[in-house]
Design a protein around this ligand. Structure first.
Ligand code: BGC
Length: 909
């Protein structure tokens, strides 16, 4: 037997990270095809061993640091070795390394603020948006220039390690001696800045020189002062921008010096006349201050900055993957004319921006770039998002050089098409590139099959994931860019197949916890600004909703999904307190309020007791965007119908589900008493729900697919009535022409529920459906991402002002992995795995791969006459079983091939 070797070492899920802020970092590794029986981790700083785990037997190959406090700004060496089963001796050590972040007490730098006008404070409401109000003043009068900050410093001696810790109230880029620092964009990213501002840590050792050095920071409004959210209001956290940084220089003689942002930094407006993440930027190439970020530049005319005195206690080391340029797309076609503009098609809806190579422009010539996700059916320009401040226009003012290159720095857009005006001749396709932006998550999954439409559906989901995993999980990259909790909740499982999502979603959950309300309510999106808090307090109707069933429950459901996929208890532990406070909120509200329909109704004592348990009041989004409730009415009229119809049922269903999961979570975290109390509470809410809402023949009060799908998925129908309720659901689907009619909250459950209740054939028909509403309808109509609503492009080709890039309905991707490929985790972190593919007759073969804590799992199946050949590649440590047509075979680690008879198709009950 070959020796067990630990490989792919990670700290906090990342390979050799620097700037790690976690007090108890998680160490993980894999051992290839060999099952690990035990492992040992030790951790050193210099030649001092700080901690050793001893020989431990973790459930998954992961160990949390449990030694004394790690020193800050330090290089930490760690190593791991493992024992394979039945071996007395461990394998060899494998070495890893990471670095800790600057500690809160290490900060000596001050927040500094360039002397600048405040940005225009523009406050808009949902109502303004609906009635189409727009700002009147021209953009250049409303926005202000990007500021440059310049700091010169000397270095005397040999620097062996230099780390720049930097962040901003705004967004910034850093330059050192004329070269960009790091490769991330839009730092510091989006956070709930009133509570947390992420600090980036950069390795700048190689950029330093002996003698004079210059650090240059360009500072724009970003999420802090710029426009964001549905309303497009500005200055939601502040109307001025500021920055803070601290450069730690470690010399070969052991000296440590720091270069801090302080009052000696000089500032001047930069070549960006304005820059806003939503609106776009105006870059005036002729106004560049050449050499400003290098030694020797004369900054005598520049102004001294102010010390803003802002709080340093909100600084937190950034955790996870930053936003980067993750890809480039060539133009597919360029059409148009100089007067109307050149329309460039990139063939793919993305979040990002253009990079242009421009030749022979006159000094001052303006090139304008507009962005949209779709054209009209006949190819005319159509802005599919046109809310307040959603212009999505970048402007380049030329320097007049022979060749100029331009990519915006402080803006990004949601688009497939760009319209470029200001150019006399059509740009060559090679000169227009779409630069794709996303949080740079490790892509761990893949899915392919014999039907190109399903492949396209999967690709569409991936592209929507990429575009909306941009600093925080957002609803859409063009209209709101808000961290909607409901969207993330329904999509988390699908996302986890495609990428390593734990660091990204954990950072967002940290924001969500920071935004939790004093009464335990969990907001409908996070980050949530002070302006959001004010405007929601003043709003009426849907705009006033601050917590909502299925949205707020993300605080329970997202950590649970992450735990299911990774077995990482830390994710649960971090969020347990917030979950319990959300549960208390629901419990209290349930006890205090009765649904309006029961006003003045004399209730029996039993019914009153049941009602007092049910969280069934208040405004909620309900099963948002249920297709049948939207048909034939203008969106702003229709949007409230599904909430009205479903909220009283949806809220207690999510309450019961969250309670049940919280009970399991408490048990997993070794809190047996709490677990028992929560389980009892969950059981009584379930019983109250059934008594109030489930009839003796398994009917629910609202005849919508979504209500049945959720009730069945969350086990809220008595066992004896399950099949009747499922038949009712199946009848609703069949009556709808085998088309789904599920909204945001229920769509992730529909196919699973149909399949689990014996309606597999119907689930297939819904999946393969091509009439609207259906996934393949979108594919057939040229979708390259997942749309916000199924009729974003109607059968007659007409287009609507909705988002073409909302991942929520893309949750079906989890079905492709879990049921079409058949990769199902049956114990947390894939410790146990069932490979149980649905041998869907539409398909001849399927091939899928996803990441697990033990390493990648690959499954493929191919029809071979009357048999099916299943090929698997599995890491060691997983108990895997192949199940086809009632036959089960154990699966070994490594590569194996199994030939099984193809079962006859599942019957329809
Ligand atoms: C967003 C959604 C979000 C919803 C809340 C919309 O405007 O785009 O995706 O979840 O509001 O109901």
């Amino acid at each position: 037997m070959s020796e067990i070797v630990c490989q792919d070492l990670r700290v906090e899920y990342l390979a050799s990270p620097i700037g790690v802020g976690a007090a108890h970092p998680r160490f993980s590794w894999t051992t290839g095809a060999i099952r690990q029986n035990a492992a040992e981790v030790d951790v050193r700083v210099g030649d001092q061993t700080l901690w050793t785990s001893g020989r431990v037997r973790p459930d998954i190959p992961q160990v949390g640091y449990a030694g004394p406090a790690l020193p800050s700004d330090a290089v930490v060496d760690w190593r791991v070795r493992a024992w394979s089963e039945g071996e007395a001796n461990p394998g060899a050590w494998t070495d890893g390394r990471f670095e800790t972040a600057l500690g809160a007490d290490d900060w000596t730098a001050e927040w500094i603020r360039p002397v600048q006008q405040a940005t225009a404070v523009e406050r808009w409401t949902l109502f303004d948006w609906i009635v189409g109000k727009r700002p009147e003043a021209p953009i250049e009068d409303r926005l202000r220039p990007v500021q440059l900050l310049r700091q010169s410093f000397d270095i005397d001696g040999e620097v062996v390690r230099a780390r720049l810790s930097a962040t901003a109230h705004g967004v910034y880029t850093a330059q050192l001696n004329g070269r960009a620092v790091g490769d991330e964009v839009l730092a510091p990213g989006f956070d709930s800045y009133a509570h947390r501002v992420s600090v980036q840590c950069y390795d700048v050792t190689d950029q330093l020189v002996a003698g004079e050095n210059v650090l240059g920071i360009a500072l724009a409004d970003g999420w802090w002062a710029g426009r964001i959210g549905l309303s497009g209001s500005s200055a939601q956290w502040g109307d001025r921008t500021s920055a803070i940084w601290q450069l730690q220089l470690h010399f070969s003689d052991g000296r440590v010096e720091t270069v801090d942002s302080d009052g000696d930094v000089r500032s001047a407006p930069g070549p960006w006349r304005y820059a806003d993440l939503f609106i776009g930027e105006l870059f005036d190439a002729g106004a560049q201050r050449i050499g400003w970020d290098t030694p020797g530049f004369d900054d005598g005319e520049w102004t001294a900055v102010e010390l803003s005195g802002e709080d340093r206690s909100t600084l937190v080391p950034f955790a996870g993957e930053p936003i980067r340029r993750v890809g480039e797309l060539a133009a597919v076609s360029v059409s148009g004319d100089p007067a109307a503009g050149w329309i460039v098609d990139f063939g793919q809806v993305v979040a990002g921006r253009l990079r242009l190579t421009l030749r022979g422009l006159r000094a001052g010539q303006e090139v304008r770039i507009q962005h949209t996700e779709t054209l009209t059916a006949d190819g005319a320009w159509f802005a599919n998002i046109s809310g307040i401040n959603k212009e999505q226009i970048d402007v380049y003012r030329a320097a007049g050089d022979q060749e100029e290159a331009y990519e915006p720095t402080f803006a990004f857009h949601g688009f497939r098409y760009a319209r470029i005006t200001g150019l006399d001749a059509a740009p060559a396709t090679a000169d227009v590139v779409a630069v794709v932006l996303s949080s740079d998550l490790e892509q761990t999954g893949s899915f392919e099959c014999s039907d190109p439409r399903l492949d396209q559906l999967h690709q569409n989901v991936l592209w929507s994931q990429r575009a909306n995993f941009l600093s925080v999980p957002t609803d859409c990259p063009q209209r709101e860019r808000a961290g909607w909790t409901g969207d993330a909740q329904v999509f988390a499982a699908a996302a986890a197949n495609n990428a390593q999502v734990v660091p990204f979603l954990s950072r967002w959950l940290a924001n969500l916890r920071a935004d939790q309300l004093a009464d335990g309510g969990v907001p409908i999106y996070s980050p949530r600004s002070p302006h959001d808090i004010e405007s929601q307090a003043a709003a009426r109707g849907i705009g006033a909703i601050t917590v909502a069933a299925g949205w707020s429950d993300a605080i329970v459901l997202v950590p649970w999904t992450l735990y299911e996929r990774t077995g990482d208890r830390r994710v649960l532990a971090e969020n347990l307190g917030a979950m319990l406070r959300w549960i208390e909120y629901q419990t209290r509200t349930a006890a205090m309020e009765l649904p309006n329909a029961l006003d003045g109704v004399e209730l029996s004592s039993e019914r009153a007791a049941a009602q007092a348990l049910l969280y069934n009041t208040g405004d909620h989004f309900g099963d948002w965007l249920t297709p049948s409730t939207l048909a034939g009415r203008p969106l702003h009229e229709a949007i409230g119908i599904a909430p009205e119809l479903t909220k009283e049922l949806i809220a207690p269903m999510f309450q019961a589900h969250s309670l049940g999961l919280a009970a399991r979570i408490a048990a997993i975290l070794d809190l047996p008493e709490q677990a028992e109390a929560l389980a009892a509470h969950a059981a009584s809410v379930r019983a109250a729900f059934i008594a109030e809402y489930v009839s003796d023949d398994g009917e629910l009060p609202v005849q919508l697919q979504g209500v049945y799908a959720i009730a069945l998925a969350f086990d809220l129908v008595p066992e004896a009535l399950r099949s009747r309720a499922a038949d009712r659901l199946a009848a609703l689907v069949a009556d709808n022409g085998d088309r789904l009619d599920t909204g945001f909250l229920s769509v992730p459950h529909l196919l699973n529920v149909l399949d689990a209740t014996g309606h597999t054939e119907l689930a297939r028909r819904v999946l393969w459906q091509t009439e609207m509403p259906s996934w393949l309808y979108e594919v057939d109509h040229g979708a390259t991402t997942i749309w916000e609503s199924w009729d974003a492009i109607a059968p007659d080709g007409s287009v609507r002002e909705v988002s073409l890039n909302h991942y929520a309905f893309g949750c079906v991707d989890d079905w492709l992995f879990g049921r079409i490929a058949g990769i199902r985790s049956t114990a947390p972190g894939y410790r146990a795995l069932r490979v149980e593919p649905d041998l869907d007759p539409h398909l001849d073969w399927v091939r899928a791969k996803l990441g697990t804590p033990f390493g990648p799992v690959e499954v493929s199946w191919t029809r071979r006459g009357g048999e099916v050949e299943v090929e698997t590649v599995l890491p060691g440590g997983i108990d895997a079983v192949l199940c086809i047509g009632g036959r089960e075979e154990a699966l070994d680690a490594g590569h194996s091939v199994h030939l099984m008879p193809t079962p006859s198709g599942p019957g329809e009950s």
